[in-house]
Design a protein around this ligand. Structure first.
Ligand code: MN
Length: 292
């Protein structure tokens, strides 16, 4: 590992990582309270940053360096306690602060429950907004293990404030969720469809409004490329599927913010950390290419 670069996303020097001059902000949220099976999402942010410091910053596809508009990395967002309801306040306030400053916010978790307050902060700021969720799981339970602010209920909380939701890569749900989606206004693009229908990205895009908040649960990826997550499910998205989706959504819609959650790093297996770091950087490069 290279310890000479600054400890921030991309290992960027001050000119490209100061808050005041940076277009992008990476908000580190190492929150973990309600994970179900595998633990370790609290280590997600530091592993993503570490991987990103060892990644080439020249993008081979756009033939450009996305970091030139500046990427600022925050300190870890701290929680006085891990009470899920208090968490929503802390995350909401932090996100709102950066959005009001005009920053493009990319939050890194931490467990998926942080996405509700993150989306709420974006929704308060942007009209005509919908959610693009990449995930193996619907996360539409009314509550889970005693809290409505569980990772397994996060999309239900979001759905209560916005019914324009597109869920992509889904291949796992509960009986309760199966019942719930019978009268549901969200759009589900099943992982099965992605594997079989080359037109699946068009189906995603036509369901999205003008402004899009992206919430990316890394377990939406296939576990062969993303073993580092608490509840892996076979049959997920691969790297180039995901890049193609990012590229088309950036082209056809306006992504206004994003989060990447549920990475639970595996000691000695950094490939998963590098994938998340690279996906974040690719997203930035695609947005930069569009706004050039
Ligand atoms: Mn999930």
């Amino acid at each position: 590992m290279n310890h000479f670069y600054p400890y921030n996303f991309g290992g960027l020097v001050r000119n490209f990582s100061e808050l005041s001059s940076s277009k992008y902000v990476i908000l580190k949220i190492p929150y973990e309270a309600t994970t179900t099976f595998g633990k370790g999402t609290k280590n997600g942010p530091s592993s993503i940053i570490e991987a990103s410091r060892n990644m080439e910053l020249f993008d081979e596809e756009t033939f450009s360096s996305g970091y030139l508009s500046g990427i600022h990395t925050t300190e870890d967002l701290l929680f006085e306690n891990i009470n899920p309801e208090k968490m929503t306040e802390t995350v909401y306030n932090a996100a709102k602060n950066f959005i009001q400053m005009g920053k493009f916010l990319i939050s890194i978790g931490g467990e998926h429950s942080i996405s509700f307050p993150l989306f709420k902060a974006h929704k308060d700021f942007f009209d005509k907004i919908g959610v693009l969720q990449i995930d193996a799981h619907l996360d539409l339970r009314d509550s889970y293990e005693g809290t409505p602010f569980s990772h397994a209920a996060v999309m239900r909380r979001i759905y209560e404030i916005c019914n324009n939701i597109v869920q992509v890569g889904i291949r796992s749900l509960s009986e309760e969720e199966g019942e719930f989606i019978k009268s549901y206004n969200g759009k589900i693009v099943w992982a099965r469809e992605i594997a079989q229908n080359p037109e699946w990205i068009k189906n995603v895009i036509k369901s999205l409004p003008e402004n899009v908040y992206l919430t990316f649960d890394v377990d939406g990826l296939d576990p062969s490329i993303m073993p580092a997550t608490g509840t892996p499910e076979p049959g997920g998205l691969f790297y180039y599927d995901t890049l193609k989706l990012f590229k088309e959504v950036v082209k056809e819609r306006n992504i206004v913010g994003a989060d990447f959650v549920e990475l639970a790093p595996l000691p000695g297996q950094p490939a998963s950390d590098f994938i998340v770091s690279k996906l974040i950087y690719k997203l930035i490069c695609y947005i930069e290419e569009k706004t050039k």
